[in-house]
Design a binder for this molecule. Structure first.
Ligand SMILES: O=C(O)CCC(=O)C(=O)O
Length: 315
């Protein structure tokens, strides 16, 4: 029988209290280094990317969404049993990976603003996921994010930070509008730290404009290359700036999961955010485990190069 990487009862308890679990080793550092070298080279070839250059208007990080739909090693990564079994222990066996994103921090890059994401309407102004019963006005669940360190992630090069236990109360209202301004990038100090949200200021979504995150309770997630952390997107999270010089960049790869009952990109043909815009014609959510008994979402059974996604079989 295949190895089972489900969370133990103790780990589930920790997760439910704290909203995260990790770091967890998915790959050895050597394995990760080899994999990242190949993936990095393959990202340069966009001939099969879901969002073609001529369609990705605006030159922003929206262009690095969903490369698991065309790069085999990333397709394998989102279906990796060490990840999927653990996420299934939280969300149940019928699971979709609905989005992936690279999060680079190069030397000199700002940290990421403190934030929580629920429907991911935060930048686009339109909910990207809705759980059963949720509407565009009334929601409250989020996604499970699995953030894997493709390179070593240290305080100096911009590791993630989280505030444990904050996942059940939103401090931000995603129906408010943030204003995109590219000139903001790397130029704003917040409480003595250079931070931003990829051209937005996340504070614009605060429910109480005078509220501040309790940074005294923040935990830095220092990770070896090949380790991941699993957290609710509604957990308060941020990252440090990369204050190193030279070549010490950190590369995070976030894979986002929801149960099949969730509607992904409801009534949406184009996603517009981060100064860019992508059409969803080539988009599909990936069934990484179990069955889709709902039929709410377009499912990608194979990558855009024709490689089947290796779903984890449900018992
Ligand atoms: O890597 C970062 O700095 C931010 C990541 C993040 O916000 C996320 O994965 O949801």
């Amino acid at each position: 029988m295949d190895a089972d990487f489900s969370l133990s009862d103790e780990e589930k308890k920790f997760f439910h209290q704290n909203g995260y679990i990790g770091p967890i080793t998915v790959y050895s550092p050597d394995e990760m280094e080899r994999m990242w070298k190949t993936v990095q080279r393959e990202t340069l070839d966009r001939s099969y990317a879901a969002y073609q250059d001529d369609a990705v208007s605006g030159g922003t990080n929206i262009a690095n969404y969903d490369r698991h739909l065309d790069i085999d090693l990333l397709a394998q990564h989102v279906c990796n049993a060490r990840i999927v079994d653990r996420v299934a222990s939280i969300l149940g066996p019928d699971l979709l990976c609905w989005r992936t994103e690279f999060f680079p921090k190069y030397p000199g890059d700002e940290g990421t603003d403190w934030h929580q994401a629920d429907t991911f309407a935060n930048a686009s102004g339109k909910p990207q996921i809705l759980w059963p019963g949720e509407t565009e006005e009334d929601f409250g669940a989020g996604t499970i994010t699995v953030w894997t360190a493709f390179t070593e992630s240290t305080r100096q090069n911009g590791c993630l930070q989280i505030i444990p236990g904050t996942q059940n109360k939103m401090n931000y209202d995603e129906t408010k509008q943030m204003v995109y301004d590219e000139s903001r990038i790397n130029s704003e100090e917040k409480d003595g730290v250079t931070r931003g949200f990829f051209g937005y200021d996340y504070r614009q979504l605060q429910i109480d404009p005078d509220w501040k995150p309790n940074e005294e309770d923040a935990v830095p997630l220092v990770m070896e290359k090949g380790q991941c952390v699993i957290f609710w997107s509604t957990l308060m999270h941020a990252s440090f700036p990369n204050t190193t010089t030279g070549k010490n960049y950190r590369m995070g790869f976030a894979a986002r999961y929801v149960p099949t009952k969730v509607r992904v990109y409801p009534n949406t043909e184009r996603v517009e955010e981060y100064g860019g815009s992508i059409p969803l014609d080539n988009y599909g959510a990936v069934l990484v485990s179990g069955e889709d008994r709902y039929g709410h979402n377009k499912i990608a059974r194979e990558t855009l190069r024709g490689t089947p996604f290796m779903k984890r079989d449900a018992e």
